[in-house]
Design a protein around this ligand. Sequence first.
Ligand code: GLA
Length: 420
Amino acid sequence: MSELNKIFMTDQDRSAIENILNFSQDTGLNIKGGRIRRTSSRFCLGVEHGDYNGTELFGVGTDGFIWLAYKTNETEQVRLFSGNFPDEGVIEFKLSDVPEPQSEVIAETWARFPWGVDYILRREGIVLTQGIDAIVYGDIPGGGMSRSASLTLNLILSLLDANKIEIEDGFKIVDLAQAVENDYIGAPCGRLDQIMILFARQDMGVHYNPKTGLLNYVPLGAGAVDFRLVILDTGTERPGLEKSTYKIRRAECEELVGRIRQAGFEISCLADIKGQSLYKKILDQFYNSYPDLCDRMTYIFKAQQRFYEMLEAWKKGDIETVGSIFRADGLGLRDEYKISGAELETMCDIARQVPGVLGERMLGGGDKGACGALVRTDKVETLKKAVEIEYPRRHPEYSDKYDVHTCNMVDGVTLFNDVL
Ligand code: GLA
């Protein structure tokens, strides 16, 4: 786990902190002398939808953030205000006194995240007794960039810190954060987002192998063409993963694994189907009865093969190949895994036409949200213009909501002391 202490701040930090100080004044929440923890978003380069199918993962931290400013308040009360949900006012609760998991009251409020953190930590024997006053503020677009994982990790790390509880093992933190979403909120996410954010390091790719449990930092090879990661936010809001196609796809993949196993093949997840002959055998046996489920398998099979090529290309600094694999993954997510959405595909279609865009695809859970693109730096403005002209024409309902952000590869977790 890498939690870095930072003394120096960017303009983005300064403006977030200014907002936070204003919110603190407006709400009367006392964070003076406290700390600020900043958690990133993430950009997955592969295998998207591979985490719950058992594949290896690769991605980077990106500079859409959540800042959480907090100070212990010497009581058992937690008081939080989110600058992103000001209408909800100050959320206040007593530690160990939170609604039951997945109860109706949690569905419509962002308080489900701090409630869930208290609940899951306690369930795991980590009892919080020290409350905090806190202000949260974020600039991560909704859908595709892991806003919920970033917030959950931040709350866990900050509440543990306020309670002087140390957990050395980063994967334990990952599991706790996933449990908040899976068990408390009911969002069936995997572990991709949490791993990519918690371990992200500036200008490095994070490579995770679930079979060995090992994590590797992979620098981009020298001589790579100058490129940027660009986020194409469609302006759509995605309801939680529990209400989306994501849940259906997960269930379909599990169903297929069950059927393949019943037929005597020894696999535990779709990622175990690696060799061409095994893949062909399964396809021959199951395609006629389960064509859709087999299409999901085909995406995972091919994306997994592309993954290793992508990793090699990254190491060599061959960003053109990384981009073309990213593009191929996008077509697979659209046509085989079938988890994209109309607005996402409009963005991809626009980007694909722009010379100098090396690859583009939907990001994250699917249906709605944001796409990503790998773009030659000197073509970023051309892409922005193309989106500006074409996207509102094709989706006028989102003409004042869509956005294009250019990202840097950053540390996942950063702590600011002495700025409040
Ligand atoms: C969402 C989930 C992740 C992962 C991605 C798709 O972001 O939270 O666990 O499955 O979708 O790669």
